[in-house]
Design a protein around this ligand. Structure first.
Ligand SMILES: Nc1ncnc2c1ncn2[C@@H]1O[C@H](COP(=O)(O)OP(=O)(O)OP(=O)(O)O)[C@@H](O)[C@H]1O
Ligand SMILES: [Mg+2]
Length: 385
């Protein structure tokens, strides 16, 4: 059954300009299936929280329909909707112990003491909180408090869990740990979940599907793979991860993909397209940094010499001509990967990432490299749109 939004629009009066309006959310439609984990991702102010508040009933839509578990709930207040919200600030009671906090919702419902105890113990055991049962919130770490808040939301067995940036108060390491934990718990209980974040790594880790929003509009709905590797437009390609854009013109349309003549004259095949193209159309080809292959073309006199122990490996050897050539400008060595900015004479440097530097070696600033990619790792978008 899940959650269905049909053409949701929310217009607020503009607090700073009387008589004017702010369109926070514009014609948002999505069908979240039962048990699915869907994340709304986008920059600050794009309408994520507003959408979530419309689902929970804390805000009413100006237009459109909200369906929860097959029921139209537009006019139902929050307590009549089968949802539970987990906030960024944990909203747990400071004067109650962990177990009292978790059991609180069931007490409100007037369930028998024995049932409350059994349910609380079960949830605490699943969520690794049993040892902390008698502590007060001020005796817990941030991550533990967040687990208590999550346990408190889950014990009511809501049909839908709603999360608004629940991890943004935690430090980076704990945030990564909690992401996995939230995902595991969501799978264990099979609760339909809608999650809001502006952190793309978080969205990629926890979600079955991601809804990318910008200025109140949905830009794309897709699996993490689709959003990252097969973006629908420039905004999504740019917002998620790091990216290279290469401009060109379609020369041939093939059974699988297209051939593109790039602005610097070189032609390459591109397997994936965001829509059908015709010969002559202008396209923007997206290639992620880790999909670029680099091979040595020597080094300039200033360089201390390359640590790369192999030269021309890769795609270009077929044609004899690299897609691009350039000079390594910046090198960031991160242990497991090496990141490069490469000057190629165009406005922006080309970004490349290579893996396993210990085995494959890595380039130094000043080295000259050939740059290429395979058709499968390239994805074409329309240039205007
Ligand atoms: N009560 C309100 N009155 C007027 N404008 C509002 C109100 N609530 C939100 N807005 C506006 O609606 C837009 C969307 O806000 P929203 O809080 O949904 O963004 P968000 O995506 O959650 O951003 P963030 O990542 O910063 O939390 C913003 O331009 C915001 O200023
Ligand atoms: Mg928000």
């Amino acid at each position: 059954m899940g959650v269905k939004l049909v053409n949701i629009t929310k217009v607020f009066p503009d607090p700073h300009h009387p008589g004017r309006e702010v369109v926070a959310v514009r014609k948002v439609s999505i069908d979240v299936k039962e048990g699915e984990f869907v994340t709304f991702l986008g920059p600050s102010g794009c309408g994520k929280t507003t959408t979530l508040r419309i689902i929970s009933g804390f805000e009413y839509p100006t237009e459109g329909e909200v369906w929860i578990s097959g029921k139209l709930v537009n006019n139902d207040p929050p307590n009549k909707r089968d949802t539970s919200m987990v906030f960024q600030s944990y909203a747990i009671f400071p004067h109650l112990s962990v177990s009292q906090n978790i059991g609180f919702g069931l007490e409100l419902k007037g369930l028998p003491k024995e049932t409350i105890r059994a349910e609380t113990e079960r949830i605490m055991s699943v969520m690794n909180l049993t040892n902390l049962a008698n502590r007060r919130p001020d005796q817990l770490s941030g991550g533990q408090q967040q687990r208590v808040a999550l346990a408190r939301a889950i014990i009511n067995k809501p049909s839908v869990l709603l999360f608004d940036e629940p991890l943004s108060n935690l430090d980076a390491k704990l945030r990564e740990q909690m992401r996995l934990e939230i995902r595991k718990i969501q799978r264990t209980f099979g609760i339909t979940s809608i999650y809001v974040t502006h952190d793309q790594g978080e969205a990629m880790t926890v979600s079955d599907r991601i809804v990318v929003m910008n200025e109140g509009n949905i830009m794309q709905i897709g699996t993490p793979f689709e959003i990252y590797s097969r973006p629908l437009n420039r905004f999504v390609a740019d917002f998620i991860g790091r990216v290279n854009f290469f401009e060109g013109t379609v020369t041939t349309v093939k059974e699988q993909g297209i051939s593109v003549r790039f602005t610097h004259g070189v032609e390459r095949d591109v397997d994936s397209c965001s829509r059908d193209f015709r010969p002559g159309e202008q396209v923007l080809v997206v290639v992620r940094p880790e999909s670029l292959k680099l091979f040595s073309k020597g080094s300039d006199s200033k360089s201390t010499g390359s640590t790369v122990n192999k030269d021309s490996e890769g795609v270009s050897s077929k044609t004899g001509q690299a897609f691009l050539e350039g000079r390594i400008d910046k090198v960031v060595y991160l242990g497991s990967v090496c990141e490069y900015e490469i000057e190629t004479g165009s406005e922006k440097p080309v970004l490349a990432v290579t893996h396993n530097p210990i085995e494959e070696g890595f380039f130094q600033p000043g080295d000259f490299v050939g740059i290429d990619f395979t058709p499968i790792s390239a994805h074409a978008l329309p240039q205007n749109g």
